[in-house]
Design a protein around this ligand. Sequence first.
Ligand SMILES: Nc1ncnc2c1ncn2[C@@H]1O[C@H](COP(=O)(O)OP(=O)(O)O)[C@@H](O)[C@H]1O
Ligand SMILES: [Mg+2]
Length: 166
Amino acid sequence: MKLTITGTPGTGKSTVARILSKKLGLPIYNISEVVKKEKLYSEFDERRDAFIVDIEKLENFFEDKKDFIAEGLVAHYISSDILVILRVNPEKISERLAGRGYSEEKIKENEEAERFAVIATEAVENPKAKRILHIDTTNRTPEEIVELILKGLSGEEVFEEIDWLE
Ligand SMILES: Nc1ncnc2c1ncn2[C@@H]1O[C@H](COP(=O)(O)OP(=O)(O)O)[C@@H](O)[C@H]1O
Ligand SMILES: [Mg+2]
């Protein structure tokens, strides 16, 4: 099974992926690590202090892989059986990102991106997954989120109504 997990930084992708990987026995690919290691970028963005992912190279890297969890903020560009979009109340982003050494500006950018559903919209508008789960992580433990994902995997619809602008 090909399972991808996307979301704004701090939504809990890596945490949920670790638990799911143990439960399902699937290897995890952390996309930022893979992008660096396999040089799947086009250039380095000095201002953002981040590599610009070359989506075509990313797709090619995963093309011949059958069973995996890929997690990262461009995971929704990878073809998969199921895509999980994690969301969190933007007010929680700064505490979720505490200890990561991000600048105030970078934290604000991520709060805004989550508020305006930048990644979720990208993901829903460019479907590369057979199915999509959409989950609010704000008041749930990682274990509870994993339970919901397992329900989704068993065929239940898990697509929550989430709009931080309301
Ligand atoms: N459901 C959750 N509730 C509370 N804290 C969480 C939850 N999921 C993750 N965290 C915490 O938030 C921080 C960011 O989680 P992480 O998995 O690294 O997010 P991401 O990989 O999406 O950037 C970590 O400190 C993690 O322990
Ligand atoms: Mg992560």
